[in-house]
Design a binder for this molecule. Structure first.
Ligand SMILES: [Cu+2]
Length: 760
């Protein structure tokens, strides 16, 4: 799993991979993926997943982010069933650089329901690389944490003299807890100079079941639709993905074109007040990759369009007014308003985002030991978000959450990497990014009034103030990162990293404007609270120091790694409770309820360590027995208020015993999570108890067939997710405290899964 000591000088030679025809393959899954050779180096802090690891993990999850599960330093902020937000060393979401096929995708949703990694099905992922510590500046900018770089279908060509060949894979799976099913197909036509690949995947799941009752009866005002007390409301999803990739090569030059289409007709969110009832993404990219006399060149251009629609899904649907004849429970995803009923259509919200980007990156081989990476990047992002009138207070006109939002990035970087006497690897780089953002004038549903008394919504006051303000912002952000690795002998690697990273606020943080609680709670982070943007936000600046001690056998039959880190963030974007009436910070902290907060710059400190190890225990006639484990601790503090940062994972460990013999591999895995008591008081973050889960996994290769099966949470242990947010998965979630406060989203109970993949 860990990539180390990659001979960088040999990278160019590995630019193009020739895959023998399927007939010649002994392994059942596409065994080789083209790794872009000119990407940043793989220092000791880097982790890459192998094709086998990706295949095994996708059997138990349809969430591409969760392919990263078990990587030291990684955790998740859970969201919808296929859109978890990765967190590394206490930094999550768009504080991390999440790159898909070279594209820096942006979540076009006030609740970040469509994060970058959600745009690929796990079956479409061909390579995953993770920098959990200090990421070199060449890996990306506009982020203060680590990086995840995911590539979809890698181009593969037939061997010389072999002519046209075909290859592909079909796969399917089933998971018992939420009756999740899915299927994928990939097929490619390969010549010596051309390659065409289609990959498609579809997934669907019902709501998940917890291992026990976890909530009171919550009125949904929807007759005939009472969720069982152990059903985790709003966790169902359906998704469809298609991608087409064409590649041509000539000598040491490669041209690639990719088209992608994703439609998610439904993804429900147990920790958001809204559900994603349609999300479509269209994307296209072009890439040139080639060897040059002086090194190599990688040029990409791409465009993406997202149409996102939110409303209340089946578990959150409610009806205005008294209904003499309440409707029977409609199917999930069916229209809200039955014909003839006096019910509102809910609260439709539309987001439309487009991103256009281009980059050129060159690697210059200065000497056999020294190389230089230089690059320029540009990105144009546009966002509109509007909420059409839907009756009641949500009328008479259209509410602009973000109108004509723009966020443009222009970046340039240079990075040197050198090797000295086989024992030293040195890397240093700097990046400058200019981030310009702006947004147009806004209006509320009713731009003429602030409302009355308790029902005051301040739409006029807030819109007038926002529209009168200068909203154009230009940030000049300097990043720098340096790594040094020293390998005194074959059993020890020592690495240290130092970085300064800057990230500008996203459009929702800067330009959402309404202090009205009903509008604010539609801009949330999974904690059920409402958030108000702040035009005065400055970029976050993080300074990180990290070290890795990697002690191992010469053949890596055992290894032990220890990575402590410390990050200080100036102008960390946290949030403070806000009083809408006075339009000022709340003077007393409201506790035990959902609240409205405003984003503000404060300062933060994150520190912690990852410990991981593995060992081959025995190699016998019965097979190979191994053990592996990770332990992570992170502490995040707001240094201005002394409060704990939101969404920090408590101490956690994973231990696994594995067995492999011939075509079989299997294991038992124990996941332990401590009680969460470091809580963000400003956000009334919910405490969760510690727990331990046991997972059983097996996988079998029979010629071209790969079978994966297992039981997750085999002991059916009830647990609540420390980073799962607040449960607002059912009921009248539009009203801030109209749903019970204090219920952390539970994790699923026992789930048996089976998956099969056949390569042809
Ligand atoms: Cu959304």
């Amino acid at each position: 799993m860990h990539v180390r000591h990659r001979p960088l000088a040999a990278a160019v030679a590995a630019a193009f991979v020739i895959v023998p025809s399927a007939r010649a393959q002994t392994q059942t899954l596409p065994p080789v993926h083209v790794t872009a050779p000119r990407e940043a180096p793989a220092p000791a802090g880097a982790t890459a997943l192998t094709a086998g690891e990706i295949a095994a993990r996708r059997a138990s999850s349809s969430d591409t982010a969760r392919l990263l599960e078990g990587i030291p330093g990684l955790s998740f902020l859970f969201a919808g069933g296929i859109s978890s937000l990765p967190a590394m060393h206490g930094l999550a979401d768009d504080r991390l650089r999440l790159r898909v096929d070279g594209m820096d995708l942006v979540s076009s949703c006030p609740n970040h329901m469509n994060p970058p990694l959600s745009y690929l099905d796990p079956a479409q992922v061909s390579s995953v690389k993770v920098w959990s510590g200090v990421a070199p500046v060449s890996v990306g900018g506009d982020a203060i944490g680590g990086a995840v770089v995911v590539e979809s279908t890698a181009p593969a060509f037939s061997a010389p003299g072999e002519g046209m060949t075909t290859a592909g894979e079909i796969s399917t799976y089933y998971r018992s807890n939420n009756a999740a099913t899915g299927a994928s197909l990939s097929a490619s036509l390969r010549g010596e100079a051309m390659s065409l690949t289609y990959s498609g995947a579809a997934a669907r799941a019902d709501n998940s079941q917890a291992a026990g009752d976890f909530k009171p009866t919550i009125a949904t005002a929807r007759a005939g639709h009472t969720l069982p007390l152990d059903e985790i409301g709003s966790t169902a999803y359906r998704s469809r993905n298609h991608a087409l990739a064409f590649a041509a090569r000539s000598g040491e030059h490669l041209v690639e074109a990719k088209l992608g289409y994703q439609d998610i007709p439904e993804q429900l969110y147990p920790n958001q007040r809204m559900d994603m009832l349609d999300n479509t993404q269209k994307r296209g990219s072009l890439r040139y990759l080639g060897a040059m006399p002086w090194g190599s060149l990688d040029v990409r251009a791409w465009h993406e369009k997202v149409d996102h629609y939110m409303d209340f899904g089946a578990d959150k649907r409610f009806w205005y007014g008294a209904l003499s004849q309440p409707p029977a429970a409609p199917e999930i995803g069916s229209p809200c308003a039955p014909v003839g009923m006096t019910c509102a259509s809910g609260m439709p919200m539309y987001s439309e985002g487009t991103t256009t980007g281009a980059s050129a990156r060159a690697q210059v081989d200065m000497t056999p030991q020294d190389l230089l990476r230089v690059g320029v990047e540009a990105q144009r992002y546009r966002l509109d978000e509007w909420w059409p009138p839907s009756g009641g207070m949500m009328s008479p006109g259209t509410f602009d959450n973000v109108n004509d939002g723009r966020r443009d990035r222009d970046g340039v970087f240079v990075e040197w990497e050198g090797r000295r006497d086989k024992r030293w690897v040195l890397l240093a780089g700097a990046r400058y990014e200019r981030v310009r953002s702006n947004a147009g004038e806004v209006r509320g549903y009713d731009p003429t009034t602030n409302g009355m008394g308790m029902m005051a919504s301040y739409q006029k006051r807030d819109a007038d103030a926002f529209n009168a303000a200068n909203r154009e912002r230009t940030d000049g952000n300097w990043d720098a990162a340096a790594l040094v690795r020293y390998s005194p002998d074959e059993t020890l690697d020592l690495e240290a990293g130092l970085a300064r990273k800057v990230r500008s606020p996203n459009l929702y943080q800067r330009y959402t404007w309404s202090t009205w609680s009903m509008a604010a709670v539609m801009n949330t982070v999974g904690d059920g609270n409402g958030y108000i943007g702040n035009l005065s936000l400055e970029p976050e600046t993080a300074r990180t120091i990290t070290a890795t001690l990697d002690w191992h056998a010469a053949d890596r039959s055992w290894e032990l790694r220890f990575t402590p880190y410390l990050t200080q963030v100036a102008d960390y974007i946290d949030a403070i409770q806000w009083n809408a009436a006075t339009n000022a910070p709340a003077t007393t902290l409201a506790t035990g309820q959902f609240v409205v907060l405003k984003y503000v710059n404060q300062s933060a400190r994150l520190r912690g360590f990852d410990l991981s190890g593995k060992a081959l225990l025995a190699k016998t006639a019965m097979g190979e027995f191994g053990a592996s484990g990770t332990f992570a601790w992170v502490d995040g503090k707001n240094r201005d208020t002394g409060d704990d940062l939101y969404g920090i994972m408590p101490r956690n460990a994973r231990l696994a015993l594995t067995h492999a013999k011939g075509d079989w591999s299997g294991g038992i895995e124990v996941a332990l999570v401590a009680r969460k008591d470091g809580l963000s008081d400003a956000r009334n973050e919910i405490a969760t108890s510690g727990y331990g889960l046991v997972h059983l996994r097996g996988s079998w290769h029979i010629s071209r067939l790969r079978l994966d099966f297992g039981i997750e949470n085999a002991l059916d242990r009830f647990h609540r997710l420390p980073s799962g947010g607040a449960y607002v998965g059912q009921g009248s979630t539009m009203s801030m405290n109209g749903v019970p406060w204090g219920i952390a989203v539970p994790g699923p109970g026992r789930s048996m899964y089976a998956a099969a993949a056949y390569a042809f």
